[in-house]
Design a protein around this ligand. Structure first.
Ligand code: URA
Length: 204
């Protein structure tokens, strides 16, 4: 859980059904930047010598694995730019999944990932961790590409989704701004914020 007054404040607006899609998009972007600050806290650094205008000094730069942000379509798109503000050289991948109405399982319809994804530290972005089926499927796909180090960054989760992720991928750390009560009978998070994709793009 990433607990910060700014995140709690912005969450209160993003949950509000009267918030416009323009403001929703901006808030998701801002919260994503704040979350990315915490998600990237453990990145390894290495010492480098730099020449300031006055003298040489030893400083630190991110070493080893470089970053990739992978958005689960569609709502994950709303978190990408927020991360890129802090890590502008990160590469961006996309995974498209839809929920099969009968089985309720996540079915893949699109995938475009950086060539070297297997060597990158991957931040998987999906604002709503509801049943967990999409996140589990996306992590399966990323692991097939050899990704070793990945985390899931979600805005709001239901306990059911967290449980499902822990069951299938206990090695994947989950970063959240809020852990909500439960899912309703249509697998929406309560209290949640409604359909993140629709609210982000103004489609409903
Ligand atoms: N996806 C959403 O956009 N909202 C939910 O509450 C659950 C899944």
């Amino acid at each position: 859980m990433i607990d910060h007054p700014l995140i709690r404040h912005k969450l209160s607006y993003i949950r509000d059904k009267n918030t416009s899609h323009k403001d929703f998009r901006q808030l998701l972007d801002e919260i994503s930047t704040l979350m990315a600050f915490e998600v990237t806290r453990g990145l390894p650094t290495e010492k480098v010598t730099v020449q300031t205008p006055l003298e040489k000094t030893v400083a630190e730069r991110i070493s080893g694995k470089k970053l990739a942000v992978v958005a689960i379509l569609r709502a994950g798109l709303g978190m990408v730019d927020g991360v890129l503000k802090l890590a502008p050289l990160a590469k961006v991948g996309h995974i498209g999944l839809y929920r099969d109405p009968k089985s309720l399982q996540a079915v893949q319809y699109y995938e475009k990932l950086p060539d070297d994804i297997g060597n990158r530290f991957v931040i998987l972005a999906d604002p709503m961790l509801a049943t967990g089926h999409s996140a589990v499927k996306a992590v399966n796909i990323l692991k097939e590409y050899g990704v070793k180090k990945l985390v899931l960054m979600s805005l709001i989760a239901a306990p059911e989704g967290v449980k499902e992720m822990h069951k299938h991928h206990p090695d994947v750390k989950i970063y959240l701004a809020a852990l909500d009560k439960k899912l309703n009978s249509h697998s929406y998070i309560l209290p949640g914020l409604g359909d993140a994709g629709d609210r982000l793009f103004g489609t409903r």
